[in-house]
Design a protein around this ligand. Structure first.
Ligand code: UDP
Length: 239
């Protein structure tokens, strides 16, 4: 059986990843699937932390484009990530994975506050940790929160789940002959403005040489493959 090459990982799930084919909210089938994928690496003894987005419920920038104050809108977006985090915690615990939610916005009745040392202690004890409420600051995204938390907990890799297989040299929907890129440098992603991940998140990862993997969540087994060093998705690394 494959053995993990990464022992502490941070998984970034967008809110849309929990939405499935619905237009809004959380699809119970999809969240069960995600929990099962996560369980496959917990079973290998891998320590896993998760940052969940909120785009399936509310996006600050979209609301601010209709005239809402951006800071208030972003607070709403961050609260949306807490809703998703609690749903994911429930799904993981149904699969037998002890899980803690830590929120960057204090809400003691529903989640622990974010305390990095405590998060690491949970991971060491085999608990999954979900980081909710992004960075706690407006004008950021949960991609950036993921890059930040990955470094704070000393994760070996940041895995960004997407709807596509990884990075291509052109949009495969428009150019059927586009070729798949298995590995690419941070700088190239920034220079070409490849929209795989928020630019702030890529810069933060680059400064600290945090390896990134971009992969298709809907291909079952991808999370486990990446954790075991097998080919899946695109790696973004220092070159
Ligand atoms: N958000 C924020 N600060 C953060 C992270 C998120 O203000 O550190 C807000 C922002 O409004 C964003 C929303 O939360 O639109 C949901 O996060 P994101 O868009 O990153 O979710 P995803 O696209 O991953 O579902």
């Amino acid at each position: 059986m494959s053995r993990p090459v990464y022992h502490r990982v941070l998984l970034k799930l967008s809110g849309e990843a929990l939405m499935g084919n619905q237009g809004f909210g959380i699809d119970p089938e999809m969240i069960r699937y995600v929990a099962e994928e996560i369980r496959s690496v917990v079973d290998l003894g891998v320590q896993i932390a998760i940052v969940v987005g909120g785009g399936n419920i509310f996006r600050g920038i979209a609301a601010s484009s209709f005239g809402m104050d951006r800071t208030s809108a972003d607070h709403m977006g961050m609260l949306a990530t807490v809703i998703n985090s609690l749903a994911l915690q429930d799904a993981l615990e149904r699969k037998g994975i002890t899980t803690r939610v830590q929120s960057a916005i204090a809400m003691h009745q529903v989640a622990e506050p974010f305390i990095v040392r405590r998060a690491i202690r949970h991971l060491e004890k085999g608990r999954a940790v979900i980081f909710a409420a992004g960075t706690g600051n407006p004008y950021f995204t949960t991609d950036t929160a993921a890059a930040l938390r990955a470094q704070e907990i000393h994760a070996d890799i940041l895995m960004k789940a997407t709807k596509v297989d990884g990075i291509y040299d052109a949009d495969p929907k428009l150019h059927p002959d586009a070729s798949f890129i298995a590995e690419i440098g941070y700088m190239e992603v920034l220079e070409k403005q490849l929209k795989v991940m928020d630019m702030t998140a890529i810069s933060l990862a680059m400064d600290n040489r945090l390896p990134l993997a971009v992969f298709n969540l809907s291909t079952a087994g991808n999370i486990r493959k990446i954790v075991c060093g097998e080919r899946a998705g695109t790696r973004i690394v220092a070159r």
